[in-house]
Ligand binder design. Structure first.
Ligand code: SAM
Ligand code: SF4
Length: 338
């Protein structure tokens, strides 16, 4: 039987955490090559290994039937996946029928044309990654990105009614001087800003430790200029929020390295090939593609999901260490989905 939405179901992992949030990386490909995320010459997964849009809908529906009520579509760059809108439309139909929210994380390059259809599909909130508002630095960080496309995307998203949050990876010696102007700009435009620490995921050209900027330090610096009050605001993600007195806006901090965010982890991550990672920072994974394709009924798939949740680890073991040459986890963030 295809899985039906269940309003009372809940998946509990071995550490008592309810798993209600699924992140889906719909492609590992991207139209940018951010220096901290990817190497310049990436080898992408073979297209033949990827789940079809229909298969992604089926896996997401199985998770909804198990109590997942929030899904974030990510990548790679999700908006470069062919026919991705169909996925949003199909999942959008489940909002109010098991799913309470469908969101997106994007680099914003394709948003100008996707903003309105995303709204029409039921998306109300998106995260746009933007590490610099200086077009030269933006091109340097993304290796070839055009800032104006992202800015046009953000305009289109706000005009369509989407609530936009800006994500910025804090990079020592690269964009740290832009943190305050970025926050002021975002808050002026009624957007929250979330800062992220760089995480040791996948081989890249440079040594990540040289760019690692602890957000504990950034917060201490910001506290000298602004009044930061701990906020009760939660989005279900790993950020801790602060209300900024002077701007009336919100600042989020994602600090996987300087503060472990695992105790309240409520999420699992599906790759575009149907591999389920129970933790962003661990290698253990479950193959859902095999049970998915083995039968048109969902029984095997649902059993594989249960078995995977029983193996969810307590947390990651990230360290950014100059003496360690290889990243903590070999796969890139673009594969598991940020
Ligand atoms: N392409 C989309 C984007 O950039 O928003 C979605 C995927 S991207 C992998 C999701 C988020 O992960 C982005 O905000 C990006 O800045 C962040 N990210 C990528 N690699 C990272 C790393 N090694 N450490 C910390 N954040 C990373
Ligand atoms: Fe692409 Fe996003 Fe990674 Fe940048 S962070 S290379 S936009 S997947």
């Amino acid at each position: 039987m295809p899985a039906q939405a269940c309003y009372t179901c809940v998946m509990i992992d071995p550490f008592g955490r309810a798993i209600s949030y699924l992140r889906v990386s719909v492609t590992d490909r991207c139209d940018l090559r951010c220096v901290y995320c990817m190497s310049e010459h990436m080898t992408f997964l073979p297209k033949s290994d990827m789940l079809t849009i229909e298969e992604l809908v089926r896996v997401c529906s199985a998770f909804i039937s198990k109590g997942v009520n929030r899904i974030r579509i990510t990548g790679g760059e999700p908006l470069v996946r062919r026919n991705v809108l169909h996925l949003f439309e199909e999942l959008g139909r489940k909002i109010g029928d098991g799913l309470s929210e469908l969101t997106l994380t994007t680099n914003g390059t394709q948003l100008a044309r996707f903003a309105r259809p995303l709204w029409d599909a039921g998306v109300r909130r998106i995260n746009v990654s933007l590490d610099s508002r200086d077009s030269e630095l933006f091109a340097q960080i993304t290796r070839w990105g055009e800032l104006k496309k992202v800015m046009a995307g953000i305009d289109a998203a706000q005009n369509a009614g989407l609530k936009v949050k800006i994500n910025m990876v804090a990079l020592k010696g690269l964009n740290e001087h832009e943190i305050v102007p970025m926050m002021l700009w975002a808050h002026r435009r009624n957007m929250d800003l979330t800062l992220i620490e760089t995480m040791p995921l996948g081989e890249i050209e440079e040594d990540r430790s040289s760019r690692f900027l602890p957000l504990s330090q950034v917060k201490a610096d910001l506290s000298r200029q602004f009044t930061l009050a701990s906020s009760v605001h939660r989005t279900g993600g790993p950020a801790r929020y602060y209300d900024v007195g002077e701007t009336g806006g919100r600042l989020g901090l994602i600090t996987p390295l300087s503060h472990n965010f695992c105790e309240t982890c409520n999420r699992v991550r599906l790759t575009c090939t149907g591999t389920l990672y129970m933790c962003l920072g661990q290698d253990d994974a479950a193959d859902l593609r095999q049970p998915l394709r083995a039968s048109n009924e969902d029984d095997l798939l649902l059993a594989a999901i249960d078995e995977a949740i029983e193996r969810k680890p307590k947390g990651h073991d990230f360290v950014i260490d100059r003496t360690r040459r290889s990243p903590a986890v070999a796969r890139h963030m673009s594969m598991t989905g940020g």
